[in-house]
Design a protein around this ligand. Sequence first.
Ligand code: TXA
Ligand code: MG
Length: 324
Amino acid sequence: MVEGEQLDATERIARAAEVLRDGGLVAFPTETVYGLGVDATNEAAVARLFEVKGRPPEHPVIVHISEPADLGRWVDPVPTTAVRLGERFWPGPVTVIVPRRAGGIVDAVTGGRSTVGMRVPDHPFALDLLRRVERPIAAPSANRFGRVSPTAAADVVADLGDAVDAVLDGGPCTVGIESTIVDCAVVPPVVRRLGGVPLEEIEAVVGANVALDTDSVGAPGTMPSHYAPRATVVLTSREELPAVAERRLANGERVGVLGLGVVVPSGAADLGVQGDLTDYARLLYARLREADRCGLDTVLAVPPPPSGRGAAVTDRLRRASGTR
Ligand code: TXA
Ligand code: MG
């Protein structure tokens, strides 16, 4: 299933580019999560993307480009804030929402909106692929709608199987959670989704406090059910963990424990992460998928402090637990 494992990377990327140019669907690695890509200027390809993904038509998809300078080809006018964010973070995990230029990117990509979300991903395979295709690539995360985003090629295969034309394996994602979305079509700019770049770093570029408003988009990634594994995710604290685990285990539940450097109570499965907040973000989705693979009923998750690099992890855990 994974495209031509015997071929070298350059050859595999070249083939994937051909598939995209022919209107096919290619799952490819980025630094955040794997994307399910199609040519954003090809109406039929975009229609197939929404079908395979099971995504409601009104939900916009992020468009990927290889050069910050290409923004002007698809965007009009180009907001100064978007340029500055691009200069600071691209290639990297920031998406800017900007006014869409008429023609070019097809309407369905943006759910009919006059704006489009764009970013330059920081992964050598993604950049090589985009340069070869020479077209903007619309790509949501390569999972079925409402499931946990994939951070390895095997996750994509498990979720989408034969529904995609090729899966380009570029190893595990290094950031592990989606890009931070900054709406630059409004003044002042507003963050619509927490992600790989902390809010504080966005503010340092914008030069002011930036509001966080994730509820007004009404789109995937901002919906409570999103990012949820089959297992029930229950948020707890380091202090309460032993008692909560004991109660759940006594209740006959198969319990896993997720957190940064947490002590796993006996009888519970270890979904812990060693290291720092970067590691927590990088491994978060892999651990949630592991919970399902192990057939756990309950994941007891200890969120990090909800600021800086911890904010996006906390956000995803809350959504997974249905508490927001
Ligand atoms: O890290 C990422 O951003 C990953 C990788 C593959 O690049 N992509 C990703 O795409 O997460 P997707 O399609 O799952 O996220 C789309 C989100 C929507 O939920 C919406 O919040 C926002 O991007 N979005 C995109 N275009 C928008 C627009 N024109 N207006 C408002 N929100 C938009
Ligand atoms: Mg997604």
